[in-house]
Design a protein around this ligand. Structure first.
Ligand SMILES: NC(=O)c1ccc[n+]([C@@H]2O[C@H](COP(=O)([O-])OP(=O)(O)OC[C@H]3O[C@@H](n4cnc5c(N)ncnc54)[C@H](O)[C@@H]3O)[C@@H](O)[C@H]2O)c1
Length: 322
């Protein structure tokens, strides 16, 4: 069975991807920082003894670690990145180093190991503030934040490597707002759900009318599996998100209040000046068109926002912070 390496394998999307790949009997290597693997150890309990599963602690900034980890690997999911609006804006150089230099290191190591297919986790942030919604893959890209710029650079690197080395096929996945029970509480939905569970008002910056498509991580990983199951996905770019679960931030919080049965909780809209995202860096309306992924991959997300909120609320085993 194919050997697959996941960089950033101990993060939100990585953990679920490890689980789903092991169910399909692949050999899986979870490559991530030592401290992240340690922090999330309990989330791997159900499969950490599986003989097809291995951790490889290391950084994508360490070329020799990557070279050792990639021995006999056929497919690489490159998910490792620095993310979070506030974190990346405050530490721009670190973000550039991890997301751009790190991606180049992963590409170099993939080439060296004769990897056949690399799947690169890009982001809907590459579309900036779109001229119209829903956004398809042909829409104009524009980096509004350092994070978006690093993802655009990563995409170009991946394509450039393939041009020079056609045996290294790629698929670029632009994720739209993926959430899940293992997400740290800095992100919108997990933060809102946990505030409501603590009987506190969830804070939403701006007027809360910003619109997003919310995709549960299980659905996002299902798309990743479909990508490696078909040749059609080679050297393509796909939007992956849930185009049927589009809500304003206020509406998503109201749904959480209803689902969690806390009718007395009120949403608090706070000015951008006290939020993690400045007004200039905010994206006001952004949701996905996933027609291409449906047509070529058979991708159809199934988990509603309501169901996702229940899953977050019943998970006792979460990390508050990075
Ligand atoms: N979750 C989303 O909504 C979303 C949206 C768009 C794009 N993405 C992209 O998907 C990928 C996975 O995101 P996620 O939500 O699972 O985030 P996450 O923060 O949970 O996972 C990222 C992982 O990368 C690891 N990492 C960071 N620096 C590293 C380094 N130097 N070496 C090795 N590992 C390192 C982290 O420890 C972490 O486990 C990222 O590339 C992210 O940019 C996610």
């Amino acid at each position: 069975m194919k050997k697959i390496l996941i960089t950033g394998g101990a993060g939100l999307i990585g953990i679920d991807l490890c689980r789903q790949l092991l169910r399909k009997k692949f050999n899986v290597i979870c490559f991530d920082l030592h401290e992240q693997i340690k922090r999330n150890e309990n989330k791997f309990k159900e499969f950490s003894h599986n003989r097809k599963f291995n951790f490889f602690p290391g950084s994508i900034l360490d070329r020799s670690a990557l070279n050792s980890a990639m021995e006999n690997v056929e497919i690489v999911f490159h998910l490792a990145a620095m993310l979070g609006v506030q974190r990346t804006e405050e530490q721009k150089l670190k973000c550039l180093e991890i997301n751009v230099c790190g991606t180049e290191n992963v590409l170099q190591a993939s080439l060296f190991a004769d990897v056949k297919h690399i799947i690169f986790a890009s982001s809907s942030e590459v579309y900036g503030e779109p001229r119209c919604n829903p956004i398809n893959e042909l829409s104009e890209t524009q980096g509004k934040t350092v994070y978006a710029v690093t993802k655009l650079a990563g995409e170009e690197y991946v394509k450039g490597y393939n041009q020079l080395n056609p045996n290294l096929n790629y698929t670029i996945v632009r994720f739209f707002n993926t959430y899940g029970e293992n997400q740290v509480s800095q992100f919108f939905l997990t933060r809102v759900v946990r505030k409501i569970m603590d009987n506190q008002s969830p804070e939403i910056y701006g007027d809360g009318l910003q619109e997003r498509s919310f995709c549960h991580v299980e659905d996002s990983c299902n798309a990743l599996l479909k990508i490696i199951e078909t040749n059609k996905s080679k050297n393509k770019v796909y939007n992956i998100g849930n185009s049927k679960q589009v809500f304003s931030l206020n509406r998503a919080a109201e749904i959480a209040i209803n689902v969690l049965k806390k009718p007395n909780i009120r949403i608090k809209n706070i000015p951008f000046s006290s939020s993690d995202r400045s007004f200039n860096r905010e994206i006001f309306k952004r949701y996905c068109d996933t027609t291409l992924a449906k047509k070529e991959l058979g991708f159809e997300p199934r988990i509603s926002l309501q169901e996702g909120i229940i899953r977050i609320s019943t998970n006792k085993n979460y990390n508050q912070n990075w």
